[in-house]
Design a protein around this ligand. Structure first.
Ligand code: 5GP
Length: 181
């Protein structure tokens, strides 16, 4: 991990993963996924909204035919988990009998993912795997193996590359530590 700071709108943030680091890690994951899904036509599911940048970069880094769909759940207010997960937007396509890959921005307590996995499994896909850019300590509570992980991180709150603080900072090109000062 890098220890440098970057400035966004004159606010200094400590960089955890730079744009360059993310780009090279996403390319590695893309090739690994393409290799695993060779000869298949998987459906990649973007978990809105945080997963949007990871999803768009990852899907372009997978040089095989794939289909895209989108789902949205809500579980967070500010920096605290409410513990409740609610489905806001369901999939549009029929994934019964399909190879499905959920693409998440971050797994923290694992509650959101646990909810999404049980929802998606109820649609009877042929296979289900998960890719998450970041995996926080304790995320094992999802109770499902996460096959593709960008990086494991500690319990710190991070922003950027899709991750927000109260709706802001999603468009930072890297991942940064958020602090209130
Ligand atoms: P979980 O249900 O795993 O506790 O939390 C998953 C959701 O909480 C993520 O999809 C994300 O929206 C939000 N979240 C968890 N940790 C962080 C974090 O460090 N930064 C931001 N911006 N969101 C987080």
């Amino acid at each position: 991990m890098k220890n440098n700071t970057s400035s966004f709108n004159n606010i200094p943030f400590q960089t955890l993963f730079s744009e360059e680091m993310i780009s090279s890690r996403v390319k590695e994951l893309g090739l690994q996924i393409a290799n695993d899904y060779q000869g298949k036509n998987p459906v990649f599911i973007c978990v809105l909204r945080g997963g949007v940048y990871f999803f768009s970069d990852l899907t372009k880094a997978v040089p095989i035919p794939i289909e895209l769909d989108f789902i949205q759940a809500k579980s967070y207010v500010g920096t605290e988990s409410t513990g409740n997960v609610e489905l806001i937007k369901d999939l549009d396509s029929d994934i019964t009998g399909r190879d499905v890959l959920i693409v998440e921005d971050i797994v923290d307590t694992g509650r959101t993912l646990k909810f999404l996995i049980s929802h998606i499994l109820s649609k009877k896909p042929k296979s289900l795997e998960v890719a998450s850019l970041l995996f926080k300590e304790g995320g094992e509570a999802a109770g499902y193996p996460i096959k593709y992980v960008g990086w494991n991180i500690g319990k710190e709150f991070v922003i950027g590359y899709g991750l927000d603080y109260d709706g802001k900072f999603r468009n930072l090109p890297g991942v940064f530590l958020y602090s209130e000062e």
